[in-house]
Design a protein around this ligand. Structure first.
Ligand SMILES: Nc1nc2c(ncn2[C@@H]2O[C@H](COP(=O)(O)OP(=O)(O)OP(=O)(O)O)[C@@H](O)[C@H]2O)c(=O)[nH]1
Length: 462
């Protein structure tokens, strides 16, 4: 056997793709690995142009590299994202070795090619996982889960990627990337009708590339309904509890079972989703706590009304908004002879009267008005942008509502509370204390006038 034939025989058996291309960019030799990559036989390829197997754009870039080797006579290595004629995309490590004639002219080149698409897809996926997990400090963006699912769908060669939560028997798709089928985020399904129930049963990552022959899946209602042949899913655990499932699926069978690398990648994607969801939970807990504390800070615990600080802020806001003829009206309200209620029936009964009386007040005002507990048995109603007439009507309703409140004690005794109300209407030059002071003076007049009445601070505004 000649050395040449031995060399060709070895090259023929190599897993590396090898081709020899002449100056016209036509194939003069290809090994089986090369031809199969394009879904052809070596004989099919001989004499054909490189342009026949690559997209025009990829051929243009590859040809530039060819030209470089033909012009320099030097070997050249590079990595390139290539699109084939059939639109398949891949990432190739390419090495060109020039073939020289006796005059040292380049008459052709050997191309040694490795398909490193899987390697680069893994690197890409790991980079995204890393970015999602380590975005701590900066705000973790829930949209990064969409990005993760999109890359996962591409990487695994599936149709659908979902991150779903499980609450009781309901399965909610929180994030979804679906190339072909419609499983939108927000959709809810009974848990038992999804493959997730199988993951939960196993309490571990599970996968199949042929559900119709897999005992765990073939009789499952999800298979009967959706007929998904390919599935890989892993539980998402947050604070030691199963929060949901990260799953990828595809209608058709996948030619090959999921590899160990793919399985580990899905586990890592699961960790990334867990990180984002846990971060979101911490954030929303903090927001809720902050809101709860704000409510506590501005609420009176006995009556549930806004407290003095909240009330004064409301008056201040209303004064700032004052415009034209419309003003802010403040009514200071005090229960009549309240000391006597306490002294006769005790403090607890006094509290009951305050609660019932203020409930009546709250029901008598409009939704734009605020009832505030200023302190003790003194209250305030702030009427925003009220004209005199409508404010007077509201305050009369408040007075009457308290008067009509009946508190019947266990002893059979009945208490009918009343209130006195002093009112002031804001003027251009008013601040919170001047406005409040006038209302308080009017309240004093109301008490002197016999109680259970409404007195306006400035008679001329009537
Ligand atoms: N039960 C109860 N009593 C309170 C509360 N805050 C203040 N008081 C009582 O309210 C009463 C207020 O009485 P005074 O200000 O003397 O006036 P009054 O008896 O209401 O008489 P006039 O205001 O003149 O009609 C006092 O006995 C306070 O102890 C409270 O939260 N609960």
């Amino acid at each position: 056997m000649s050395t040449n034939r031995i060399t060709h025989k070895i090259i023929e058996q190599l897993p590396t793709m090898v081709a020899y291309v002449d100056r016209d960019r036509c194939f003069r030799f290809v090994n089986t690995a090369y031809a199969s990559f394009f879904g052809l036989t070596p004989d099919d390829m001989l004499g054909r142009s490189v342009n026949d197997v690559l997209s025009d754009e990829s051929y243009r870039r590859v040809k530039e590299s060819h030209d470089r080797v033909f012009a320099s006579g030097e070997k050249f290595e590079f990595s390139e994202a290539i699109t084939l004629r059939n639109e398949r995309k891949c990432f190739l490590d390419i090495r060109y070795l020039p073939e020289l004639d006796d005059q040292k002219r380049v008459i052709g080149l050997y191309a040694l090619i490795e398909d490193v698409s899987d390697y680069y897809a893994s690197v890409d996926l790991m980079r995204t996982i890393h970015e999602v997990i380590h975005k701590r400090g900066r705000r973790i963006d829930p949209a990064s889960i969409d990005e993760l699912l999109r890359i996962g769908v591409d990487y695994l060669g599936v149709d659908i990627g979902t991150a779903s939560s499980i609450k009781d028997d309901t399965y909610t798709i929180e994030w979804a990337q679906a190339a072909k089928m419609d499983f939108p985020a927000g959709a809810q399904l009974p848990l038992a009708t999804t493959y997730c129930s199988v993951v939960l049963k196993e309490n571990n990552l599970i996968h199949t590339n042929g559900a119709s022959e897999d005992l765990r899946f073939k009789d499952h209602s999800s298979y009967q309904t959706y007929g998904l042949e390919t599935y890989i899913g892993t539980p998402l655990i947050i604070n030691d509890k199963t929060w949901g499932i990260l799953g990828f699926s595809r209608k058709n069978r996948r030619a090959e079972a999921f590899s160990d690398l793919e399985v580990e990648m899905v586990r890592m994607m699961g960790t990334a989703v867990e990180t984002v969801v846990a971060e979101q939970q911490v954030r929303s807990d903090l927001i809720r706590q902050r809101d709860d504390m704000a409510v506590i800070a501005y609420t009176d615990s006995l009556t549930g009304l806004k407290n003095r600080s909240a009330g004064m802020q409301i008056v201040e806001q209303n004064l700032r908004r004052q415009n034209g003829e419309r003003g802010c009206v403040v009514a200071v309200i005090d229960f009549d002879h309240f000391k006597a209620v306490n002294d006769t029936y005790g403090h607890d009964v006094g509290d009951k009267v305050l609660i019932a009386g203020t409930k009546a007040m709250s029901e008598a005002v409009r939704s734009s008005d605020s009832v505030v507990r200023v302190g003790g048995e003194e209250f305030m109603v702030v009427l925003a942008y009220a004209d005199h007439e409508s404010a007077a009507q509201v305050l009369e309703r408040v007075r009457l509502a308290v008067e009509e409140t009946v508190i019947t004690l266990d002893s059979g005794d009945v208490i009918n509370p009343t209130v006195s109300i002093g009112v002031s209407e804001s003027k251009e030059e008013d601040d919170v204390s001047s406005l409040y002071r006038r209302a308080d003076q009017a309240l004093y007049k109301a008490k002197r006038a016999g109680r259970n009445c409404v007195v306006w601070a400035d008679e001329s505004t009537r």
